[in-house]
Write a protein that binds this ligand. Structure first.
Ligand code: FMN
Length: 354
C-alpha cells in the first residue's frame, strides 16, 4: 500500500492551517503516527471566554479538517475519519487515516479555493446573490450530515436576523468580559497597515481612518465604560454588524441539528465547504458568530448582561428551528480583494511534522 510521503503530509497541513478560526487564533495541533494524523485543539489557545465548551475551537477544527480532506482528495487520497476518538480526552478532535485510492477522481473544484478564501469586513457590497449561487451553497452545507443553511425569506425575517446579530455584537462591547476578549485579539502594535501571523491585524478590520484613534482608545476598559455611558456599544453594534449587513445583498445562517461537539465539528466542516464554494462563485464573505455562539448559553458573562444574552438563543430559534443557528454569513460582491489579510504562524509551531 502506498504511504503518504513527507511532501504530501506537509501539503495536507498547509491546507489545514489556511482554514479560518475565530479571532485568527489557529487553535490546532497536529501529530503524525505513520499515515495517521491526529488533529488536536491547542490548550493554550482555546477553552476560555467565548470558547467555553470549545465551540469556536471545534468550528475551527472542523474547517481545518475539511480543508485537509479536500486537498488530500485532489491528490487521490481518501480520509477515514474518527471524530473524538477518546471521549475523555477533550482536546483530541479527530484521527484521520489517509488511504491512497487509485479509483478516487482527483477532480475536487473546492481545492482551488483553499488559499484564495479569506474574510472580508468591508462594505458596501453589490448583488445579487442568485438562486443558483444559493443552491450551490445549500448543497455544500448539506453534504455534511446534520447541517443546513437558513436564508431569510421575508423583510420581517431579515429584520429579525439583523436585530439578533446587532444585539449580540453590542453585548461584545458592553460586557467587560467580552470586551476584554475582543480587544485582546487585536494586535494594535503592528499598526494599521501591516499583517500579523496570529490574531487580528488592525488592517483586516476595515475601520475607517478617521475612526481609528477612537477605536484604538476603546481597548481600555475604563474608556469603553465611559463611552458606553454615551451609548458607544450600540453605535459599535450598529456599525460593525447592522450597517454592513443592511448594505450587503446576502445573509444566511448555518444551522446544526444538535449541540454535541461532533455536530459543532461537522458545522465547521460545512462552514468551510460553503465558504470555499462562495469563493469559487466570486462572493465575499464575513462571518458573524457572536449571536449563535452566545445564544447556545455556554458562555458566562457578568450578571447584568445575562438577561440580554439569554434572549439570543430563543430569538435564533424563532428564526431557524429546528436546530441551532450558529454562524451568520454576510455575502456579496466586492469590487476588489481586501488589502489586509490575516497571516498564519509557521507550520512547525503546530507540532506539524514530528
Ligand atoms: C468560528 C469562527 C467565527 C468567526 N467569527 C467572526 C466574527 O464574528 N466576525 C468576524 O468579522 N470574523 C469572524 N471570523 C473570521 C476570522 O476572524 C478569520 O477567519 C480569521 O481572522 C482568519 O482570517 P481569514 O478568514 O481571512 O483567513 C470567524 C471565523 C470562524 C472560523
Amino acid at each position: 500500500m502506498r504511504t503518504v510521503d513527507r511532501h504530501t503530509k506537509e501539503g495536507i497541513l498547509c491546507a489545514g492551517i489556511a482554514a479560518p478560526s475565530a479571532d485568527n487564533s489557529q487553535p490546532w495541533r497536529f501529530a503524525w503516527h505513520g499515515d495517521d494524523l491526529d488533529l488536536r485543539i491547542d490548550a493554550s489557545r482555546s477553552g476560555y471566554g467565548s470558547d467555553t465548551r470549545f465551540v469556536l475551537s471545534d468550528l475551527a477544527a472542523g474547517a481545518c479538517l475539511e480543508n485537509m480532506i479536500i486537498h488530500a482528495r485532489s491528490l487521490g487520497y481518501v480520509a477515514d475519519l474518527q471524530p473524538f476518538p477518546q471521549p475523555d480526552d477533550e482536546l483530541w478532535v479527530a484521527r484521520i487515516r489517509w488511504r491512497h485510492d487509485p479509483e478516487q477522481s482527483p477532480l475536487e473544484p473546492l481545492a482551488g479555493a483553499i488559499t484564495q478564501r479569506h474574510t472580508d469586513r468591508r462594505f458596501p457590497w453589490s448583488g445579487p446573490i442568485t438562486a443558483d449561487a444559493q443552491a450551490h451553497l445549500n448543497a455544500q452545507a448539506q453534504l455534511i450530515p446534520g447541517q443546513r443553511l437558513w436564508w431569510p425569506q421575508t423583510p420581517r425575517e431579515r429584520k429579525a436576523a439583523l436585530d439578533v446579530i446587532r444585539q449580540a455584537e453590542t453585548l461584545r462591547f458592553r460586557s467587560p468580559t467580552l470586551h476584554a476578549e475582543l480587544f485582546s485579539s487585536i494586535h494594535f502594535a503592528v499598526g494599521w497597515h501591516s499583517a500579523c501571523e496570529e490574531g487580528l491585524a488592525p488592517a483586516t478590520l476595515a475601520v475607517e481612518p478617521p475612526l481609528r484613534p477612537v477605536f484604538q482608545m476603546l481597548r481600555r476598559p475604563a474608556m469603553m465604560s465611559m463611552f458606553n455611558r454615551l451609548g458607544a456599544a450600540s453605535v459599535l453594534g450598529w456599525r460593525s454588524a447592522w450597517l454592513p449587513i443592511r448594505l450587503s445583498p446576502g445573509l444566511c445562517l448555518l444551522v446544526m441539528s444538535s449541540t454535541t461537539r461532533s455536530d459543532v465539528l461537522a458545522a465547521g466542516r460545512a462552514l468551510q465547504r460553503v465558504w470555499l464554494q462562495a469563493t469559487l462563485d466570486g462572493l465575499s464573505v464575513q462571518p458573524y458568530a457572536a449571536a449563535g455562539v452566545l445564544g447556545l448559553g455556554f458562555v458566562a458573562v457578568e450578571p447584568a448582561f445575562q438577561r440580554p444574552l439569554s434572549r439570543l438563543g430563543p430569538a435564533l430559534h424563532d428564526l431557524c428551528a429546528p436546530g441551532y443557528g450558529l454562524v451568520f454569513l454576510r455575502l456579496g460582491h466586492a469590487r476588489s480583494a481586501p488589502r489586509g489579510r490575516s497571516g498564519r504562524r509557521a507550520l512547525e509551531s503546530f507540532g506539524a511534522l514530528q
